[in-house]
Each structure stands twice: as structure tokens, then as C-alpha cells.
Ligand binder design. Structure first.
Ligand code: NAD
Ligand code: IPM
Ligand code: MN
Length: 358
């Protein structure tokens, strides 16, 4: 089959460690299924600031644009936290999403049966949880005008939250379309009792609903949603929400699965091009210690195979291998009940490779 191009941007902290494991899985997929991939590495985030003077060098952006998909580790770290905005890793992350037109961030949270005891929640509450957060990724308060000014009572900081109707429409359509392929329940999450952007959001959801008569639409306020996610997680199917609410709710949903180290994501535009990254960050507290769980990144690669390339066989093989390894009791320390028996990052990667079958 034809060679697919993947841009690889490992980033900072545990980024390179978890990406290395996903690349082993990529290689195994070639051996098992006969697919061919060409990978091109590029500097991004803090390491790019240090080496190139900017978090998103033009060359990196070009490599991503010339590829069929992007695999991303994570960016950020304390050494860059106090830099001016243009010299912060997170600014590069927002820029790459915007530049690549990736407005739709899919974050599935699936509870593996054998990990129910790894969560801080009761196993019976988690039973059957399988939800998808559809997070708007290139608008809202992340991208609105930001500035400082002098007010009557001293310095003021301003962040503006802006959404236009086109941006809202396309992400809500994503929510409905994804729900149609799942259990046909869509929870549209907003703060329509306070925010104007949320009122627009709700209007659009209601206007589009008749086009998707098979999908049951529920509106839920974000504060209530945060609570219901812990009270009745298995009742959610698809959650569609704006950028910042989606950021917060998906980290919350991560704890349903046992660890943020389990949560994968796909960032999409209109076509099949996508950027795939774990939901977690660069975890500076555990970087360089073989402690990171690589499963979120490995499952992100599975999403790439499924969504961008249509390689369902390879995607399922990875997901089944992950389940098999977890079922056999292997755990990195974030999901281990008995931490003394925990295995390291590369050991987890190796076990998953070994479990992959055609
Ligand atoms: P984080 O997700 O990096 O870490 C939160 C906690 O979860 C930490 O205790 C960490 O050790 C743990 N954790 C995260 N991933 C793990 C994994 N794979 N295995 C085991 N444990 C894991 O969030 P944070 O600490 O708030 O942020 C750290 C840095 O990462 C910041 O600079 C932040 O801006 C950045 N960040 C980047 C991304 C991204 O690149 N997409 C996402 C979130 C945060
Ligand atoms: C994420 C991260 C980013 C976000 C930060 C690092 C800019 O938390 O990918 O979830 O808020 O989108
Ligand atoms: Mn986040």
C-alpha cells in the first residue's frame, strides 16, 4: 500500500518518552499489517524555544502540513512558565491547532473493566462508562483578545470569549454526527444561564437538532455536568462543548478511566487530516524517570490509524493489545493499586507490542 507520512513532534517532559513507545507500536504495525509509514521529526514547544527561539518554528509547521497526520507528545515545563507569551510552549500548541484548522478535539473516555479499581471512584459507578468529549479547539476564550490595562483600581487583565455562529455550528454538527454513530445521545454543555456565547451555542444546538431526529439532545449547564460526570458517568454518550469547558471536563473524565495517562485524543478539521496526542501534559514531576504511562499516546496512534488512514485492523489490534496487557495485570504506577509491582514506560510499550496480533 502507499506510504503515509507522519510528522512526529515529541515536545517536552514525558513527551519524548511516551512518543518513543508509540513509535515502537507504529513499527510493529508495519511488520504485522504491511502498511508503510514515513516519519519526520520536528522541534516543537519548549525544546524549540531553546533551540530555535520560537515554540512553533516555520519548518515544523511545514513538516506538519506536508504530512498526512501528526503525532504529538506534550509541551511545557516550569523553565518556560514565566516567559513572555510568544516564548511559551503553550502558545505554540494553540498556534499549531489554529494553523492546521483543527477545530474539533475528540477525547474518548472508556473504562477498561479491569481498571475499575484504579479509579478513585466506586467500581459500580464506573460500570459501562464509554463517553466521548467533543471539544471545540480553535475558538472561545483561548483565542479571544487578551490584554492588560490600567483601571480605576490598578492593573486589569482582560480575556475575551468570542464565538461566531459558523464555529458553533460546525462543532455541534460534529457532536450530532458522532452521536449518530454511537448510542445516539448528545449532551450539549454550556453556561447559558450566564454567558452570551453559551446562549448562541444553545440556540444553534436547538436549530440543528431537527436535522438529527435519531439523536436525543440534552442541554446541561457546565457546573451540573461536572457533577453528573462523577455521579452517573455511564449515562453519557457524547458531550459537545466549548474550548475551555472541554479542557476541564476531559481531565475530569480521565479520572473515570483510572488515570490521565489513559486518555487519547484526535484533533480534526473538515477532512481526514488529524493531529493525535494524549490529553495529558508534559508531567515535569515524573519526566525522565520511566514512570509515564504511554497508553494515552499509543491509543492516540490507534485513533490515527482509524480516523485518518481507515486502518481499522491496525487500530483494533492496538486497542486489543492494550486491553490484553491490562487484563494480565500489568500496570504503570499511575494505574497500579500495588505501586511496588508497577512497571516502567518502556516495559509497558514492549508488552503491548508483544501482545499485538494480526
Ligand atoms: P499534566 O497532565 O502534565 O500532569 C498532571 C498530573 O498527571 C501530574 O501529576 C503528572 O505526573 C500526571 N500524569 C500526566 N500524564 C501522565 C502519564 N502519561 N502517566 C502518568 N502520570 C501522568 O498537567 P500539568 O501538571 O498541569 O501540566 C504540566 C505541563 O504540561 C504544563 O506546562 C502544561 O502547560 C503542559 N500541558 C501540556 C499539554 C499538551 O501538550 N497537550 C496538556 C496539558 C498540560
Ligand atoms: C490540553 C492542554 C492545553 C489546552 C494547554 C497546554 C494549552 O491543557 O491540550 O488539554 O488547554 O488546550
Ligand atoms: Mn488540558
Amino acid at each position: 500500500s502507499e506510504v503515509k507520512k507522519i510528522a512526529v513532534i515529541s515536545g517536552d517532559g514525558i513527551g519524548p518518552e511516551v512518543v518513543a513507545e508509540a513509535l515502537k507500536v507504529l513499527k510493529r504495525t508495519e511488520e504485522l499489517f504491511g502498511y508503510s509509514f514515513e516519519t519526520e521529526h520536528a522541534l516543537f514547544g519548549g525544546i524549540a524555544i531553546d533551540q530555535k527561539g520560537t515554540p512553533l518554528p516555520q519548518e515544523t509547521l511545514d513538516i506538519c502540513k506536508n504530512a498526512d497526520a501528526v503525532l504529538l507528545g506534550a509541551v511545557g515545563g516550569p523553565q518556560w512558565d514565566n516567559n513572555p507569551k510568544e516564548l511559551r510552549p503553550e502558545t505554540g500548541l494553540l498556534a499549531i491547532r489554529k494553523e492546521l484548522g483543527l477545530f474539533s478535539n475528540l477525547r474518548p473516555a472508556v473504562v477498561f473493566d479491569c481498571l475499575k479499581d484504579a479509579s478513585t471512584l466506586k467500581p459500580e459507578v464506573l460500570e459501562g462508562t464509554d463517553l466521548m468529549v467533543v471539544r471545540e479547539l480553535t475558538g472561545g476564550i483561548y483565542f479571544g483578545e487578551k490584554f492588560r490595562r490600567q483601571g480605576d483600581q490598578g492593573e486589569e487583565a482582560v480575556d475575551t470569549c468570542v464565538y461566531n455562529v459558523t464555529e458553533v455550528e460546525r462543532i455541534i454538527r460534529q457532536g450530532f454526527e458522532i452521536a449518530q454513530k454511537r448510542r445516539k445521545k448528545l449532551a450539549s454543555v454550556d453556561k447559558a444561564n450566564v454567558l452570551e456565547t453559551s446562549r448562541l451555542w444553545r440556540e444553534v444546538a436547538n436549530r440543528l437538532a431537527p436535522e438529527y431526529p435519531d439523536v436525543e439532545l440534552e442541554h446541561i449547564l457546565v457546573d451540573n455536568c461536572a457533577m453528573q460526570l462523577l455521579r452517573r458517568p455511564s449515562s453519557f454518550d457524547v458531550i459537545v462543548t466549548e474550548n475551555m469547558f472541554g479542557d476541564i471536563l476531559s481531565d475530569e473524565a480521565a479520572m473515570l478511566t483510572g488515570s490521565i495517562g489513559m486518555l487519547s485524543s484526535a484533533s480534526m478539521g473538515e477532512g481526514s487530516y488529524g493531529l493525535y496526542e494524549p490529553v495529558h501534559g508534559s508531567a515535569p514531576d515524573i519526566a525522565g524517570q520511566e514512570l509515564a504511562n504511554p497508553i494515552a499516546t499509543i491509543l492516540s496512534l490507534a485513533l490515527m490509524f482509524r480516523i485518518t488512514f481507515g486502518y481499522e485492523d491496525a487500530a483494533s489490534a492496538i486497542e486489543e493489545a492494550v486491553a490484553e496487557v491490562l487484563n494480565a495485570g500489568h500496570r504503570t504506577s499511575d494505574i497500579a493499586v500495588d505501586k511496588s509491582k508497577a512497571i516502567g514506560t518502556s516495559q509497558m510499550g514492549d508488552l503491548i507490542l508483544a501482545a499485538m496480533k494480526k
